[in-house]
Design a protein around this ligand. Sequence first.
Ligand code: MRU
Length: 353
Amino acid sequence: MIPTIEWKNGFVNMLDQTKLPIEIVYAECKDYQTVAKGIKELWVRGAPAIGIAAAMGIALGAQRIKAKNFDAFYEELMPICEHLASTRPTAVNLFWAIERMKEFVKKNKGEDIEAIKKKLIDESQKILDEDIEINKAMGKYGAEFIKDGDTILTHCNAGALATGGYGTALGVIRAAWEQGKKINVFADETRPILQGARLTAWELMQDKIPVTLITDNMAGHFMKKGVIDMAIVGTDRTVANGDVANKIGTYSVAVLCKEHNIPFYVAAPTSTIDLSIPSGELIPIEERNPIEITHIFGKTQIAPDNVKVANPAFDVTPAKYITAIITEKGSFRPRDIRKLGEKGVDLEKIRIK
Ligand code: MRU
């Protein structure tokens, strides 16, 4: 797969996913404001990738800080962090990565400012590299649920494009494919931004993994016909009671799975787990521009002028619909997710095998 985001010539190079699959274009971000714009406008999207972009944005912004002493440097870094944090509210990875970068700076307080600036670039790259490793570990655990010959439904894009590489939900699918299992993927197109049609279908085709594109409202039909063996999706935020927020339409898929007795899995790197929130209804849900609903790509109008529009970008799937949450530490029942934050818990005992 081509890189989603990378350091290139001292700048942040971002694949502009709004142009896929028609064009493969990279946006060269020379300042942190452009990185923030790229996150807000979905050039880069998907929870882990947003976190990586924010970390790189901070590192990029830090390079231009002129302050010579630590306190002044830290003070100038804060508005950069705040600007990046204001881009999208739902994916907790954004805030997780920003906190990690801030903590990293604090830990290096004794160092020369120029050394800290250099180390920030390395730390953001480390977040990216670790993300790929995490996805591969998740893939290994998740692939255990996939049998040879399975047809798997997925929603939105939780693939290499949504992460540092390899993917979360698509990482699990990729791992099963690499193990030689003959699988088929059904990809929901994912209205209104069409991450399923534009990104998941494209990404799977790049890897020659068999994929069938369907509109979101076809999922129930194919489940009823017995075509779908399991569903697997990603998550933007997984909270203490095991509820997850993911792309709008995920909840409908989960409810349909329950009705048809189809297992519904969530691939969730621990960076998406937010144990500070007790249950899903408290997750902030991003409301996006109505034009995404009323027009096709801002161009062709498909609804009456001035129609009232609701456009939540995510919905919450309650834990009761989730068969297992797959993390890089193993797969768990949603109710056990909070134990990942507790000290002294023997994960081996609560892992689903
Ligand atoms: O609005 P997006 O495209 O950023 O939404 C992405 C999703 O909902 C993904 O499923 C989620 O971030 C998990 S990605 C590994």
